[in-house]
Structures are given as C-alpha cells and as structure tokens.
Write a protein that binds this ligand. Sequence first.
Ligand SMILES: NC(=O)c1ccc[n+]([C@@H]2O[C@H](COP(=O)([O-])OP(=O)(O)OC[C@H]3O[C@@H](n4cnc5c(N)ncnc54)[C@H](O)[C@@H]3O)[C@@H](O)[C@H]2O)c1
Length: 363
Amino acid sequence: MAQQTKRKVLITGGTGFIGSNLAMRLLETDTEVEVVLFDRNPDLSRLTGFKSSVPGVKDRYTPVKDRITFVQGDLTILPHVLALFDNHEPDSVFHLGALLSAGAESNPTMGFKVDTVGSWHVFEAARIYCQHAGRPPIRLLFPSTIASFGQFIAAGALVPNEAVQMPTTMYGVAKVSVERLGEYYTRKGWIDFRAVRYPSVIGASRGPGGTTVYSTLMVQEPARDPPRPYFAYVGADTRLDIIYISEALDAIVGLHDAPAAALVKSNRRVYNIAGFRNAGQAPTAAEIKAAVLAQIPAARIEFSTTPIEATVKSFGVLDDSAAMADWAWKKQGRLDLNKAVEAFIDEVRAYPDRIKSLELFGA
Ligand SMILES: NC(=O)c1ccc[n+]([C@@H]2O[C@H](COP(=O)([O-])OP(=O)(O)OC[C@H]3O[C@@H](n4cnc5c(N)ncnc54)[C@H](O)[C@@H]3O)[C@@H](O)[C@H]2O)c1
C-alpha cells in the first residue's frame, strides 16, 4: 500500500552538498516526510549515489526514493519559484540554493541575482502562498555564514552572535541582506524565518567554489580509491573554524524544530554555530592532516602558502552561546575532529559515486 506522507519539505539547492545530505537526513529520520528538491542542476547523483556500487554496503537510496520529487528551476526567475509553492504546497522550507563565495565573486551580477534577488523570490513566494492558503507563517530556514562578518573582526577572534557585520564579498553582502530581510518578513508576520551562520562545512561530496574547500579535500582526496595526493593552498599553521556535515544538519534541523516561543523570547532569528574546538581554538591544517594520517597512514597531503591563505586566516571563530541559550543547541556531545574525519573517510569509501560526480564540474 502506498505510504501516506504527512509533511512536505521544500529544499532549494536540493541537489547540492548540504541540500542532498539534509534530504537524506529528513527522509531517514521520519518516514512521514516527503522532500521536494528544487535546483537548476538536475544531477541527482549526490542522492542516487547512496545506492552504493561497493559490495556489501547498505543501499540508503532505494528505501527513500519514492518520497523524493525533483523540480528543475532557477531561483532568479520569480515564476519558477511561485509555481514551486503553488504546485507542491510545502509545510517547511530550507532555502539552500546559492552561488558560493568564489562563484558569486567571479560574477558579482549573477551572485547578486541568485543570492539576494533569488532569496527575495523565495520569501515573496512563501508570503503569497501562506496568505492565499490562509495558513500560519511557514518556517523558512536559511544558512548564512562566518563570511558575513568581514572587516573589523580580528583574525581568529571569537565572534559573538551580534557582532557587527561588514562583509567584503558579494557572497557576504548577500547573506547579511537575506538575514535582515528574513527578520523583516518575520516581524511583519509573513514567514517564520530562522537562520544559522555556519563555519566552513566539511563532508563527502562538498563541491568546489569556496575559499575554504581545502578543509574538505584534505580528507576526501586521500580517502578515494585509488587514493589521491592533495596539495593544500594554505600553510600548515592555518586555523579555520570547521564543522562536520552531520553536525551542521543537527543545527539547522534543531533550529527548525525549536519551539517558536523560545525565539520570540530572545527576539533573535539568526544564530552562530561553532565548529570543532581544541583548547578553545579552531583546528589548524596540520591538525586536520594528523586526523587523516591516523586513519590513512600513507596519505599524501602537502601545504603551500598562497594569497588565499590570508583570506582564510582573516575569519574569526564563531561563538554559539546564543544558540545554546535560546533553543538548547548542544552544550555537550559535540563531535571532535578525529571522530568526524573517521566518519567522513568511511562515507567516501562506502558511497564513492556521490563524489565522482563532482568531476563533471571541474576540480
Ligand atoms: N558549504 C559550506 O561550507 C557553507 C558554509 C556556510 C553556508 N553555506 C550555505 O549553504 C548553502 C548550501 O551550500 P552547499 O555547500 O550545499 O553548496 P552547493 O553549491 O553544493 O549547493 C548550492 C546549490 O544551489 C544551486 N543553485 C545555484 N544557483 C541556483 C539558481 N539560480 N537556481 C536554483 N538553484 C541554484 C546549485 O546548483 C547547487 O546545487 C548555501 O546557501 C551556502 O551559502 C555553505
């Protein structure tokens, strides 16, 4: 008998790195969830790759595939986004579709259109949908970034939730605009906007296109079959706030599920989420390498200093005490770097087809 689904979740950027992992998380933890993935890129291999070609590895795709709907469309085209809400009537929205920092910086006009105008399209479509359907404001989750702070944050400094945001990139400017717009739409009672500010998210199948991608590729490349060497474009002592994908999902799903009353009390809608800490500090590239070598002693990872290193070093580290105070974000039980790297390597080896697909888009 066909399964009755009770909760429809729309994920923009649904075929991307975080979107595909979020879809799998929601589908596997609740059999009553159905996901609608909206993306301009129709390559579903980050999801279909969960049906592994490695003998003996669990097929995670087949049991959930009937609850996945893919809609190809473009966030910059308002009618695409309006039709998405009309046709699929979601119960919640995770708006993850975006050009990442390098993409937005190499084409700032397109960066503005996708990241700022595209987000406004999602807000407007959500507002109109709720008003026409006479339903309460829809929960709309958004991932902002450590890169939204920019100038006036001392390199490596702890960044409080309400630190001044003076971003220096089109990507950062868009994220701050969307944060403020989301708060405005919420104050008007049009949507129930909630956002996390992530540090760099590492995990299997992250795409190219971010200044911090070395932190993923240092783990991913040596774990592949056959193993690949990796030449990082930063020095060994470079520190970076990073979080593993499973914990990044815990944060955005946790904020989605947080009772409205908790957020109303503090009047906050946007929360810093911190990554791994060792004695209060974010990991160095050398520490990531050591965690990889503990699993793969023959891994070849080398470092060199390039101009990108200064940008990486300019980021602060996120203080997430506001999230802990307002909606019970984890105070304890955080993953440590070594455990995360081990899980990451296991996933690369178990589901290699999710990763090979990235070669379609270049290294
Ligand atoms: N990966 C990180 O470290 C990180 C850190 C902070 C915030 N974020 C945010 O998380 C979100 C997802 O990031 P990701 O790492 O999964 O990136 P990703 O590039 O893997 O996913 C983004 C998706 O958006 C889609 N997209 C781009 N332009 C579009 C358009 N015009 N219309 C429809 N779809 C479009 C892409 O095709 C892609 O599948 C983004 O908003 C990103 O800014 C990511």
